[in-house]
Design a protein around this ligand. Structure first.
Ligand SMILES: NC(=O)c1ccc[n+]([C@@H]2O[C@H](COP(=O)([O-])OP(=O)(O)OC[C@H]3O[C@@H](n4cnc5c(N)ncnc54)[C@H](OP(=O)(O)O)[C@@H]3O)[C@@H](O)[C@H]2O)c1
Length: 350
């Protein structure tokens, strides 16, 4: 019997989740939540840019719970703790990309509520994505050949110009005046889920952290940029660096760094690595680089088309977790350390 899945929203990531669920031999799409009124009543396949699937998107949360799905694929712009708790209390697992790895970034009160909801419904929640998420797993795997680990650093260094989610970009400082006094706080709030990533890695490494801390830096646009879905004017933030450190005895042992640029003209014009890099300091030192490239025959008419690859790599770590969650995961907030190796089982082309 396939695992019954409800998709939560059909934005950039959600549309790729719908496609992946529809194509997955172990999963069956049984419902879809729509946040936007314009999407209510529309066929989910059509919303995802594929053939109609005979399932209409709805805003009716009770009706979706009444479907008794095994799992929700949760990809809204912002997580809604009330809704997450209702789903978990109803015994529905959640595989999410929406600002959740361990839940620390949502605050201890929200995290405790989610843990209680898992307990009540005997359900599990697993958060991932490309980064945080899979990139952190890559860091853990890379350090698995060392007999001493001093520090694991995971860096995402990408051009984010084509990531058409204005609210997400603005929430981490993009487009705000470079002298805006709240820029660091915005980055700290907007990237808090990377702090979750630090906790998840520490848990997997059996490390007790004394502190998790965020540092930030910014590049300023030297020309106006109209990106279509948002503007970045001269004098406003066009580059963001954030580093989340996990410290033991005053020393950073885990560092999750992001370097994001939007537009072409900024100062400083930080060089990009165009991918995900792991550096393990220890014995031996290890360097791992994950590059994402279009497959043969992939037609990208625009940069936005190319960004579809970014949405696939965000959606799939959560989608690939769904069979594991549904096969009787231990209730609670779960991380990579709680599951056997998650692979793309079922997705190998014939
Ligand atoms: N870990 C990672 O690697 C990673 C990478 C990228 C994104 N993410 C996260 O994944 C989630 C989805 O990203 P995305 O790019 O797909 O986002 P998005 O397209 O901007 O928004 C997703 C959906 O959220 C709903 N929505 C729009 N405005 C909203 C609001 N103000 N409040 C609540 N919901 C709203 C809409 O649902 P309808 O479609 O139903 O109208 C929208 O399509 C986000 O939480 C994002 O931070 C994680």
């Amino acid at each position: 019997m396939p695992h019954r899945v409800v998709q939560w929203t059909t934005g950039n990531v959600g549309r790729r989740s719908v496609r992946a669920i529809a194509a997955h031999p172990e999963l069956e799409l049984v419902g879809c939540y729509a946040w936007g009124d314009d999407k209510v009543g529309q066929d989910v396949g059509t919303l995802a840019g594929i053939e109609p699937l005979g399932i209409q998107a709805t805003r009716d949360v009770d009706a979706l719970i009444a479907l008794a799905p095994d799992c929700v694929s949760y990809n809204p712009l912002w997580p809604d703790v009330d809704v997450m708790c209702r789903l978990l209390e109803s015994g529905i697992h959640i595989a999410t990309t929406a600002a959740f790895i361990t839940g620390h970034g949502l605050g201890e009160e929200a995290r405790a509520r989610i843990a209680r909801a898992c307990d009540k419904g005997q359900a599990a929640i697993f958060g991932s994505g490309m980064n945080p998420g899979f990139a952190n797993l890559l860091g853990l795997v890379s350090a698995g050949i060392c007999d001493r680990v001093d520090k694991i650093t995971v860096t995402e260094s990408v051009d984010a110009t084509g990531y058409a989610s204005a609210e997400t970009q603005q929430s981490v400082g993009f487009g705000h005046p470079i002298d805006h006094p709240g820029l660091h706080d915005m980055v700290e709030r907007g990237t808090a889920v990377f702090g979750d990533g630090v906790y998840m890695m520490a848990d997997a490494l059996a490390v007790d952290l004394d502190e998790v801390r965020c540092e930030s830096d910014f590049a300023v646009a030297t020309e106006d940029h109209d990106l279509g879905f948002m503007r970045i004017d001269e004098g406003c933030v066009a580059g963001v660096k954030a580093s989340w450190h996990g410290l033991v005895g005053g020393r950073s042992v885990i560092e999750l760094r992001v370097l994001w640029k939007m537009g072409q003209h900024m100062e400083p014009d930080w060089p990009l690595e165009h991918g995900y890099l792991v550096r393990v300091d220890g014995q031996p030192e290890v360097r791992t680089k994950l590059e994402i490239r279009p497959p043969k025959g992939f037609e990208a008419k625009s940069f936005e088309d190319f960004m579809q690859l970014g949405m696939i790599i965000t959606a799939m770590p959560a989608i690939n977790a769904i069979p594991h969650l549904c096969r009787g995961a231990e209730p609670g907030i779960r991380g990579y350390a709680d599951f056997p190796l998650m692979t793309s089982a079922g997705l190998v082309s014939a």
